[in-house]
Design a protein around this ligand. Structure first.
Ligand code: AMP
Ligand code: MG
Length: 467
């Protein structure tokens, strides 16, 4: 049974009894119950509790307690314990660029299939060409794709094209540039090289598995698959991921703004990130700060998607309803990461489907996706990339200005990385606020300043160079 399926089996779901009178807004009573739940360790059971107002809250208990304020490494470790289901689909090679191989792919043929020439020239016997100026009788031509080539005997040469089969008797190739022809003979003016013969199977033998499950089908991997005889491949099905934005203040771009409302951006940015990671984003209608609406959206998403990403509502505030509903009705595995920006996220599951609650601040949600959700997606998809940071290369950069770190937190400031001589150097330009999404566009990297560390101009630090 998959991790997700086994998680689902642990969750006792009673749809009818569930929050029959749950408040449309987060009430004090809901928040109190939330606070209590956050401090519980749990067993596998469901408990109902009667509140002061007589409402019935159904509290789910789980075998794994929530961890609070974890390191980024720990957050990833915890999230990786709850991957998405990994399923195959079959595609033609034309459709498969960038996809992740589901199974190993073995070669149906030897590569090369037969000994052939690496050069246009003459197939000869090396012993006949020991001295410059040797004259050999031309016995025919071996062409790529042609049938039988003539036998090459002592004192003979066969004209040969790149990729054409080596005629029996020949054991070396003379390049056409090193020869002159006259009256049915060829004069050899350069070396006869056995190394210009590409030997059968020297690249791959039939049955070899040079492409492994998890390999990304890069253009060269696509070529290799075709070389090995495959016209269709089994790849990891693209996970469909619900992207749900939460907040009363949010208005979709293109619609009129009311006073105090702002354009919503995260569901677009996060969907774009999901797509970049090889998933299929399912962007939901915005959810007001309403627990009922949120529950309905989460339920629908859990039914129809492989995972759920929410944006906003995971901090300490009383309107942070994603955190509240997850604490009450979901299963949280961790809440808050010791990083800046992007401290407040949570991870857990809703009805057995993995759920990331990303912070509402746009930079925070992008950064958390980049360093946490992206590698988790790679891991879920069994990708070879799952060991690296998602959507970035880890590099060392020399700072051209001081950079302030964060007490107790990994600090990921936006930096611009460029090559200067033999070094990568980095600097900052815009305001670094976690609400300033322009800072992600104006820069191409993130510092990886360890907790409590700052750096001076000229210091070399770890960084992520974003793709
Ligand atoms: P929250 O995490 O809900 O407390 O939101 C933190 C900040 O991010 C607030 O300034 C929100 O207005 C903003 N915010 C939340 N969700 C979004 C979103 N989907 N698009 C843009 N800004 C958002
Ligand atoms: Mg909010």
């Amino acid at each position: 049974m998959s991790q997700i399926a086994s998680d689902a089996a642990n969750v006792v779901i009673d749809r009818t009894a569930r929050y029959p009178e749950a408040p449309p807004r987060p009430t004090e009573e809901y928040r109190d119950a939330t606070a209590k739940r956050a401090n519980r360790t749990s067993t596998n059971s469901v408990e109902t509790t009667r509140t002061a107002l007589g409402r019935t809250l159904q509290l789910h208990r789980f075998s794994t307690p929530m961890e609070k304020g974890v390191s980024l490494e720990r957050a990833l470790e915890i999230a990786n314990l709850t991957p998405m289901e990994r399923n195959p689909e079959t595609l033609t090679l034309d459709q498969a660029t960038g996809r992740t191989l589901f199974d190993d792919l073995s070669s149906l043929v030897d590569d090369p299939r037969f000994d052939n020439s690496a050069m246009d020239g003459w197939a000869v016997r090396e012993a006949d060409c020991q001295e410059t100026g040797a004259v050999l009788r031309i016995v025919g031509t071996s062409q790529a794709g042609s049938a039988e080539a003539p036998l090459v005997r002592e004192g003979e040469a066969c004209s040969i094209m790149t990729g054409a089969p080596i005629p029996d008797g020949a054991d070396a190739i003379v390049m056409v540039e090193d020869s002159t022809t006259h009256d049915g003979t060829v004069t050899i003016n350069g070396p006869a090289r056995p190394g210009f013969i590409r030997k059968r199977g020297e690249n791959l033998s039939q049955g070899d598995r040079p492409l492994k499950s998890g390999n990304i089908l890069t253009p060269s991997a696509i070529s290799l698959a075709a070389t090995m005889g495959h016209d269709i491949v089994s790849v990891v099905r693209q996970p469909s991921i619900a992207v749900i934005g939460v907040g009363d203040e949010l208005t979709p771009p293109g619609e009129p703004l009311s006073e105090n409302s702002i354009y919503e951006s995260n569901t677009f940015g996060i969907s774009s990130l999901v797509e970049k990671m090889g998933g299929i984003p399912r962007r939901y209608e915005l959810i007001r700060d309403s627990i009922d609406d949120l529950r309905q959206a989460l339920d629908e998403a859990a039914e129809s998607c492989d995972a759920i990403i929410t944006s906003g509502g995971v901090s300490m505030g009383e309107w942070d309803i994603v955190r509240q509903i997850m604490e009450q009705e979901g299963d949280i595995r961790f809440w808050r990461i010791m990083m800046r920006p992007g401290g407040p996220p949570l991870f857990g599951s809703w009805k057995g489907k993995p759920l990331f609650g990303l912070p509402g601040n746009p930079v925070s949600s992008h950064v958390v996706f980049t360093v946490l959700v992206a590698p988790w997606m790679s891991n879920s998809m069994g990708s070879e990339k799952s060991n690296g940071p998602g959507l970035a290369n880890r590099v060392r950069v020399t700072m051209q200005e001081p950079l302030k770190g964060a007490p107790g937190k990994l600090c990921m400031r936006r930096i611009s990385i460029k090559q200067e001589g033999d070094n990568l150097v980095a600097s900052t330009s815009t305001h670094q606020g976690s609400g300033n999404i322009h800072s992600m566009v104006a820069h191409n990297g993130l510092s990886l300043l360890p907790p409590d560390a700052s750096c001076e101009k000229g210091d070399t630090i770890d960084a992520l160079w974003l793709f």
